[in-house]
Design a protein around this ligand. Structure first.
Ligand code: C5P
Length: 307
């Protein structure tokens, strides 16, 4: 193998929202069967991988990100991603990883999964490994259920435990208002609570036809009518204020409000950019400290800088 002369590579990966999240009863391996529709958002993290003698990870973010929730060193999914890629190619290399974070941590937006996907691509380019797409997707699936989708991006169906991704055509520009919570929710804890609240969940789940049909319609009202997340009642049971926030957003002009994934971030689908901007202002005025406007779908994990 010849090492390239590249010293650092920066890769962007997007947050996701689930337009549909159907959850079944746990499989023998403990994971829940999912039938989901993912969409990437313009809200993103950037991961910079730099040549270095040892694994290290650092975080660059604004004060509204919960720094304490960012796992240190070897516990961080970006280091696990880097080690997995190096082991796959049997190269004894390490790297410095810097995560420029805008996606809330433990927010149900797959920020950690986005960082893992970005790390795989950044190190593949930094070390000129030329990993095949199939191998990248397989490595991504070992890192987490949402990581393959973070690589692919756009709008896509997710099956299995979420890792089996099939791109889906989406004719619209979807305008979202994103309201992160001050503190995250643990994904395993939300799934455990789902099992308590829904002991009769079906063994198999499917994405409804009307959701797939709505993707073919650029009118966001059509999509808004069919959004659904089986984890939403579970997240609201754990955090009742999320239900109040969704009602307030819908009263203030959103087409629909939903909890993203396992929560606690709430997203509001709006008819167009103007109405998203107005809803953002209303929610900021109501005292929510961080309210963002994002659009989807955007592209999957991609390089933004070589040096
Ligand atoms: O795959 P990932 O690491 O993102 O999953 C985190 C946790 O979320 C799992 O350990 C499991 O508790 C829960 N999970 C689940 N079923 C899924 C995906 C995640 O129970 N399909």
């Amino acid at each position: 193998m010849t090492l390239s002369t590249t010293l650092s590579v920066t890769v962007r990966a997007a947050a996701k929202v689930n337009l549909h999240l159907g959850v079944g009863r746990p499989r023998p391996d403990g994971f829940h069967p999912l039938a989901t529709v993912y969409q990437t958002l313009s809200l993103h993290d950037d991961v910079t991988a730099s040549t270095g003698p040892a694994w290290s990870v650092s975080l660059v973010c604004e004060d509204d990100i919960d720094r304490d929730a960012f796992p240190a060193g070897e516990d961080n999914i970006v280091v696990r991603a880097g080690r997995l890629l190096a082991a796959h190619h049997d190269v004894g290399l390490a790297a410095g990883l810097t995560v420029r974070k805008s996606i809330p941590i433990a927010g149900g937006l797959a920020g950690g999964s986005a960082d893992a996907a970005a790390t795989l691509v950044a190190l593949d380019r930094l070390w000129d490994l030329q990993t095949s797409d199939a191998d990248l997707l397989a490595l991504a699936a070992r890192l987490g259920s949402d990581v393959p989708f973070a690589l692919v991006g756009g709008t896509a169906l997710g099956g299995g435990r979420g890792e089996l991704v099939t791109p889906a055509p989406d004719e619209g520009t979807r305008w979202w208002v994103v309201v992160p919570a001050r503190t995250g929710l643990s994904t395993p804890a939300v799934y455990r609570h789902f099992d308590e609240l829904c002991p009769d969940a079906p063994e198999e789940v499917t994405v409804p036809d009307d959701l797939v049909a709505a993707l073919g319609d650029p009118d966001n009202r059509v999509l808004a009518a069919v959004l659904r997340n089986d984890l939403q009642p579970v997240a609201i049971d754990l955090r009742p204020e999320l239900g109040e926030l969704i009602e307030a957003g819908e009263r203030a002009g959103a087409l629909r409000g939903i909890v993203s994934g396992s929560g606690p971030t709430c997203l509001f689908l709006c008819s167009d950019r103007g109405s998203a901007d107005r809803l953002r202002t209303t929610l900021l005025d109501a005292g929510h400290p961080r309210v963002l406007v994002a659009l989807g779908p955007v592209s999957g994990t991609h390089v933004v800088e070589y040096s």
